[in-house]
Design a protein around this ligand. Structure first.
Ligand code: MF3
Ligand code: CO
Length: 258
């Protein structure tokens, strides 16, 4: 079942989304060469607590996972695409880091992710910047397509046109999702699709759009022994960007904006 949200409920989700956006921005500012991923996790935990919100990932146990998720953020570095567990490992200059975060506030959930290069763009490889740029453009294209009267296939087609057009791969079998009171709700939001096909987009529909791009141009991945981290099969780097959006009468509304 898909629950359509009222404009007031979109406002409530946007309040959760602001906590996510501010926390992600703070993590990006603080991420430094030599820092442990675990320290970023602790920073996020504190900011979320201060905002009166709850970290949604911590203890989350979907069917595909062997264990409850043990952290507040996902921190996926270099060839890790998504669901990397922040541990003792230290960030290196020029690492490509993706951070994913969802929180609950007043019963509503918001979910977002960013990717950036540690040390800033001056320390980045050109291909990493191109990968991040294409990932962000794919996300924006998906958002722009999410208008009342259009269909879910239009969103996937817009995302893949950017990603494939730039020559990058997209993580096989993964995409976005409906979101609201729970992080994962219907519908599944594929990163590819047929224009004009799929679910009709109506005001009040809320979902997360999340392109996951792979530099090597292939879509395959493998799991780490931890059962969570997904890595590119070819060892090339990956980038992830995500926003939670709501369909308003006049078009898409980004609910995870600062
Ligand atoms: N944004 C990711 C997703 O929608 C976050 C899930 S991570 C988990 O799949 F740890 F919570 F599982
Ligand atoms: Co998500």
């Amino acid at each position: 079942m898909i629950e359509l949200k009222t404009p007031g409920e979109l406002d409530a989700m946007a309040a959760a989304g602001r906590v996510v956006a501010r926390t992600l921005a703070a993590l990006r500012d603080h991420a430094r060469h030599g820092m442990r991923l675990r320290e970023l996790n602790e920073l996020a935990a504190g900011l979320i607590r201060e905002a009166g919100a709850k970290p949604t990932f911590l203890g989350y146990h979907p069917r595909f996972a062997p264990t409850p998720y043990p952290a507040v953020i996902c921190a996926s570095r270099n060839d890790a695409v998504v669901h990397g567990i922040p541990g003792r490992e230290r960030l290196g200059l020029g690492d490509l880091l993706s951070i994913d975060l969802a929180v609950h506030l007043d019963g509503w959930c918001a979910d977002s992710a960013i990717s950036f290069v540690v040390g800033g763009n001056g320390d980045a490889a050109k291909v990493d910047l191109a990968l991040i740029d294409a990932t962000e453009r794919a996300l924006q294209a998906g958002i722009d397509a999410a208008r009342p009267g259009r269909r879910l296939g239009d969103v996937g087609a817009a995302i893949s046109a950017v990603a494939r057009g730039a020559g990058f791969g997209m993580l096989a079998g993964h995409g976005g999702h409906g979101i609201g009171r729970a992080m994962h709700e219907a519908p599944h939001v594929p990163n590819e699709g047929c224009p004009g096909h799929g679910l009709l987009l109506r005001p009040g529909l809320t979902f997360a759009i999340e392109p996951m791009l792979i530099a090597g141009g292939v879509d395959d991945y493998r799991h780490d022994p931890d059962g969570w981290t997904l890595r590119t099969a070819d060892g090339s780097r990956a980038a992830h960007a995500e926003h939670t959006i709501g369909i308003a009468e006049d078009g898409p509304r980004v609910l995870t904006a600062p």
